[in-house]
Ligand binder design. Structure first.
Ligand code: FAD
Ligand code: NAP
Length: 336
């Protein structure tokens, strides 16, 4: 077990914030994970599980132990003619999981291609894109509580998945370590192509394949979203706000062009990127912080932005959205 001290996290968070952790360890083995969690928890040190660091903003040096989870492995739990249940170790890269599914003819996660990070972090905010969400294919997950190492499996219902949300982002934040995730994938053709950016695929009709959907999603994402290896960012900084019918009617009077989406459960979602753009932020830069010129919801670090400058910039965005639309944006990124 090699614990490093005063360890730089700059290359381990996609926002590229230059902070250090008091202690740091890279873990590839679950037994070792438990040992280290037990030891540092009993010493009273805070513990942070780090996957790909693609949904995090470090606001300070981390005063505790950062565990970079790198456990790998895929097991088949069960299969029949219609579906397969697979168990993935938490440190597997999410996009490798998608690639594995696509190559083997398993349907359900192709729309989630190219989302950065690990599968262990995917349940935290119930990752979603282009009309698909993790919860649609989620079977269960395993892990343990940091305080007493007690193991628990969580079923779909127990995870309390919501829109970019779960119990692990709320009550169990930083209390439970996810060690593996089981997905139930379909062996039967079933595509979700309602999003405008995927509409072209409908033209392929019967010729549509998993590979074609994945390649299309990758192409669209590469053309519209900043590559974190080139430009520091953590994806969408804020969640898309959900509003009531009454709020929508009031807002439409003032803003007839307001785009909105009704979900099957009757909720109304507004694209936060549009609200931010309307307030004049799209492409705006202050020092090394900016709102991305192709998608205003993504905040960029051009190189030497500090978390303080990002917090100031995003607070200004929040203030202007409240003042123009009366809507309070909620951050999607996890602050530490
Ligand atoms: P990290 O950033 O390392 O961690 C995030 C949180 O999860 C932290 O609180 C961490 O402690 C916790 N955590 C991580 N692993 C575990 C574990 N094993 N057990 C317990 N807690 C854990 N998200 C979407 O939903 N849809 C998108 O389309 C999308 N696109 C993105 C595009 C870009 C360019 C970027 C930079 C980000 C995007 N994201 C998107 C956000 C991000 O990729 C996801 O939220 C992803 O699931 C984060 O995974 P990670 O391994 O990087 O998590
Ligand atoms: P987009 O297609 O320009 O759409 C803007 C917003 O409108 C999206 O956030 C999306 O909500 C919503 N939307 C668009 N079409 C919709 C439909 N038919 N039904 C319901 N909602 C609809 O978005 P984008 O920036 O290019 O991103 C594409 C996809 O990747 C989106 O699903 C987005 O969530 C995802 N993404 C997520 C992150 C992240 O960090 N969370 C980063 C980049 C991209 P939804 O967000 O609910 O889909």
């Amino acid at each position: 077990m090699t614990i490093k001290e005063n360890y730089s996290l700059k290359e381990l968070n996609t926002f590229k914030i230059d902070v250090k952790s008091k202690y740091f360890i890279e873990i590839e083995d679950e037994t070792e994970l438990k040992e280290v969690a037990k030891e540092y928890n009993s010493k009273g040190e805070k513990i942070l599980i780090l996957g790909g660091g693609s949904n995090i903003l470090f606001t300070n040096d981390f005063d505790g132990l950062v565990i970079h989870l790198n456990t790998k492995g895929i097991d088949i739990v069960s299969k029949n003619d219609k579906e397969i249940i697979l168990d993935f170790q938490a440190g597997e890269s999410w996009d490798d999981v998608v690639l594995y599914a696509v190559k083997n003819g398993y349907y359900g996660i192709e729309n989630l291609s190219l989302i950065p990070g690990t599968i262990g972090a995917a349940p935290i905010q119930n990752i979603g894109a282009y009309g698909a969400e993790l919860k649609d294919v989620f079977h269960s997950l395993d892990g343990f509580f940091i305080n007493d190492l007690k193991e628990k499996s969580f079923s779909l219902d127990e995870c309390e998945f919501g829109y970019r949300d779960s119990i692990f982002k709320r009550e169990l934040k930083d209390k439970f370590i996810i060690t593996s995730v089981k997905l139930k994938l379909s062996k039967e053709k079933n595509f979700k192509l309602n999003y405008r950016d995927l509409a072209d695929l409908n033209k392929l009709r019967k010729n549509i394949t998993l590979e074609k959907v994945r390649n299309h999603v990758v192409k669209v994402r590469e053309s519209k979203l900043p590559n974190p290896k080139v430009l520091g960012n953590a994806g969408s900084f804020f969640k898309n706000p959900e509003i009531t019918k009454q709020q929508l009617s009031d807002l439409i009077v003032q803003n007839p062009a307001l785009p909105y989406f009704k979900s099957p459960d009757g909720k109304i979602k507004l694209p936060a990127g549009w609200l931010i753009e309307q307030c004049g932020w799209k492409g705006k830069r202050e020092g090394d912080v900016a709102s991305y010129h192709r998608q205003a919801l993504i905040i960029i670090n051009y190189g030497n932005a500090t978390s303080q400058s990002i917090l100031k910039f995003t607070q200004e965005i929040k203030d202007s959205v409240i003042s123009k639309f009366g809507i309070e944006l909620e951050q999607e990124v996890n602050f530490y």
